[in-house]
Each structure stands twice: as structure tokens, then as C-alpha cells.
Design a protein around this ligand. Sequence first.
Ligand SMILES: Nc1ncnc2c1ncn2[C@@H]1O[C@H](COP(=O)(O)OP(=O)(O)OP(=O)(O)O)[C@@H](O)[C@H]1O
Length: 212
Amino acid sequence: MLEASQLTAVRDNKVLFESLSFTLNNGDLVQVEGRNGTGKTTLLRIITGLAERESGNVFWNGQSIESNREAFHQDLLFLGHQTGIKRELTAYENLRFYLNLHSEHSIDKASIYEALMKVGLVGREDVPVAKLSAGQQRRVALARLWLSPHKLWILDEPLTAIDKQGVRVLESLFLEHIDKGGIVLLTTHQDMFTDHPRLKKITLGNEPCLQQ
Ligand SMILES: Nc1ncnc2c1ncn2[C@@H]1O[C@H](COP(=O)(O)OP(=O)(O)OP(=O)(O)O)[C@@H](O)[C@H]1O
């Protein structure tokens, strides 16, 4: 369970949001929405501990993320604007690198190929990422979701450069993840989960609130 309590963020002398509180429970799928510059990325980065906040606290499983950093990071997958993908490595090598960092087990080639298949990169797995299209590069970053052991996914604009078919595949993956008790918190300007009953929203810009 993630709890944001009374978060206030100020940038350039402007209050982006004030006393924002919400709780994400196991099985929650939540979109942070709002117009450009309303503070969506700032909120996600504060929750992951990457950005400064004016006041407020973030708790993971009842403990503040600062006092509990290691356990929090073990459970967290954060995909930001910088995807952490190495451009000189191939898609396959990037995923192997990711698994090396995060899996306790020996590298399972079949899982890597399965993830590559899900994102439509089989046949392109040996091409350096720098030579892939923008959407294909994003797909390499997203392929890590299929290999992720993490419970909490915080995803900043994961759909950038992703085509409609790719969006539908990701929708299915997010639903699978929450069905297993995971949590997904994301931002997107694209249409996703239109009127889906499981989707909750945090709206920034006017009165911040968590809506069903
Ligand atoms: N490190 C920073 N220093 C100063 N101002 C910042 C910083 N980061 C963000 N801002 C400002 O805070 C505001 C919110 O930025 P943020 O990136 O959180 O918005 P956003 O809602 O994610 O926007 P978008 O939809 O365009 O991605 C913007 O006005 C931005 O200029």
C-alpha cells in the first residue's frame, strides 16, 4: 500500500499542488491527469523519492520511503522520461542487463524472448537500440514490465510514441498486473482504458482529488 499524505509541491514560486493526499491499495490502477505543466511528473518523482517536496510524506507499507528506502526500491519499478535503456546495446542485451540487476534467478532466455514478442521486437532483438525507431525504443523500455518482479509500477507517459495496437497490449498487461495484486500509477495524454471500471484518476490543476 502506498500512501501520499498532505503533499505540497512548489516550482518557480508556483504551487503545483497543495495538501494532496491519496492511498493506492493492492489492485489499484490510477491515472494522474491534468494539462501540461500541472505537475504530473513532479508528483510521480516525489512519490518515488526523486524530487523534492515542500511538505508532506510518502509511505510504503506504512513506513516512510526515506526510512524504508531499500524495501521500497525492491518493490518499485519507475519508468520516467529517461527510460534507462542503453542505446549502444541491443534490445536483448538491455533486457538481459535488467534481469541481471533484478532477478535472483539465472537469466531465463525464454522469458526475454517472450517479453520481446509481447512488444513486437522479435527479429529486431539484435539491433542496437540507437538504430530502432522512437516507438521501438520505447517498446524496449516497456518490455521490462513483462520481466518485472516489482509490485508497484510508476510510469510517466509510458505510451509516448506507442501505436494503438501497442496501447491495447499494455492495457491488458496493466490489468493482469493489478489482478495479481500489483499497483499501477501512470500518466498519459493518450486515450487508455476509456470508461474502464477499474481505472481511478487523480486530477491535477483544479481541485486535486482521487476519483472513482
Ligand atoms: N526542476 C525544476 N525546476 C523548476 N521548475 C520545474 C522543475 N521541474 C518542473 N518544473 C516546473 O513545474 C511545472 C510542472 O512540471 P511537470 O513536468 O511536473 O508537469 P506535467 O504535468 O508533467 O507536464 P506535461 O503534461 O507537460 O508532461 C512546470 O511549470 C515546470 O516548468
